[in-house]
Design a protein around this ligand. Sequence first.
Ligand SMILES: [Zn+2]
Length: 120
Amino acid sequence: MKCIRCHQDIEFTTIFDRSDAYWPYHNWIAFGCPFCKSDNYVLLEEKTLPKRLIIPGENSTAPSAGVISIGYLDAFPEPTFVSVETMEVAGLVLNGDEEKVEIRLGSRRWVIKAKKRQSP
Ligand SMILES: [Zn+2]
């Protein structure tokens, strides 16, 4: 995926390595670009493949794919994710709750903590 500011290519693993905030319910994460340091926002979505692709006896769990979109937040009238580039990622597994999101890709695993609510 390309940084929305400097357009350098960034690996998915680098995005997850550098992510430091997660927004529950929206499934957004944020990371700083390793090249230009600017903030990028990423929308994570899980997409379960059609069941007919499951081969009996080979897989006990449904194969899954994730959809990753990179973009930015438009703050008006309320925070909205604006996608610039979207890619499908085979084997991406997402497991999010109010506190964190767990991301699995191949043999790698990341846990990104939810962004704390700003105190009033
Ligand atoms: Zn950049």
